[in-house]
Structures are given as C-alpha cells and as structure tokens.
Design a protein around this ligand. Sequence first.
Ligand code: DC
Length: 225
Amino acid sequence: MRKLIIAIDGPAASGKSTAARLFAKRLRYAYIDTGAMYRACALAAKEAGIDMSDESALDALMDSISISIKHDSDENKIYLNGKDVSAAIRKPEISGLASGVSAHATVRNKMVDLQREMGAQGGVVLDGRDIGTVVFPDADLKFFFVAPARVRAQRRFDELIMRGEDPSFEDVLNDMIARDEADSSRTLAPLVPAEDSIHIDTGALNIEEMIDLLYAHYLKKVQAK
Ligand code: DC
C-alpha cells in the first residue's frame, strides 16, 4: 500500500506535536516537527548575534548552517551544525524568535526545501503552520487543529513547569496570542487552514481520543483509494 503524506497544521500548543508524534508511531510513519526546524534557525541567529529583521545577515546564515532531524521512535532530535539542540530550542525566548525568523523568505525557502526532501517518499506525518497549504499542498490527508487560547496556554504552561521553568500563566497566554497573531498575519505562508483540511477541535479531546479520530480519518482515506 502506498504510504501517505499527512499534514497537521494549527496554532501554538494546539496539540499538534504530541498528536503527530503518536499518530506517526501508530502508523509506523516518520514524524517531522517543522516548528523545531524554525526554532533551530532562530537559535542559530541568536548565537550568531543576528537581529531577526536583518534580512541579508539571515541570508548569509542560511547558506552556512545545516539543520537535520533524527527520527527516534519517541521523539525528534534536532541537530544544528551537527549538535543536538533539542532542549535548547524549547526555551520560551526561542518561541518568539522562531516566529520572527520564520517570516523571512530566505529562511522559509531553505526549510520548505528540506521538508519536501524529507517527506517526498511518503510515510510521513508533518506538523507545522503551512504544511497543507505550501509544503505539501497535495498531501493525502490534512488536519487543522484548533483549541481555545486559554486551553492552549495551559498546555504550554504545564509543559514549561515540567521542564523546570517558572513562567507566569498570563505571560505564557499573552506571548502565545502575540505569536499566533504574527504567524497568522505575515505575508509569507501565513497560518491559515487549507481549504481541504479536516478541522479538529483538540480542546475537548484527550490524546487517545484524538489519535483514534485521526486514525478513523486515515482508514477512511486508504479504504477510498
Ligand atoms: O510549532 P512551534 O511552536 O514549535 O513553531 C515555532 C514557530 O515556527 C512558530 O511560531 C511559527 C514557525 N513555524 C512556521 O512558520 N511554519 C511551520 N511550518 C512551523 C513553524
């Protein structure tokens, strides 16, 4: 059976990564966390002391860095110039910088090329903001996750606490709303649902229910082929 390309898009902390990872595991597909790739670009820019609005410096940076993802059965490990930066890219500061850096054509072009290369053979679940609209507009299955902002902020808050950070809930909520606004209103590949995407409200579902629902859509798709 041909292996599918499955896109999961949606705003910050809508549950995409967890669902994409577990869904890929269930299907024995590869999982590609595209947000992690933009986060790695942001970390590279920060380490090089580059301002997120300096287009020509970002251009040069994109020519000089290498980003790769290693698929593990349980998570993605992300490497920047051969170094594992999986933990460093999860800092709250990097979330905002990633949103800024991802608005630049030079960054998006490089990441989109890499993502297409990694997913071209199928058998892959990718999560991000523009997978179903730009990266793989012909993806076999497209999901768009939604959930109320407070529910998403609570998830991100819990995640940060688990990592030993000490954030304020209001800061997490406000940062997330600002980032969604920036990601949705940018000119290039903004966060918008693909016309043919299936909307999933993740606020009302636990993770098992979510994976079962995605799997039911997957079965419907493969049986219709
Ligand atoms: O999914 P995330 O929160 O790790 O993504 C970090 C930032 O990267 C997000 O604010 C916008 C950007 N991004 C993007 O522009 N396109 C994607 N496909 C994935 C992420």
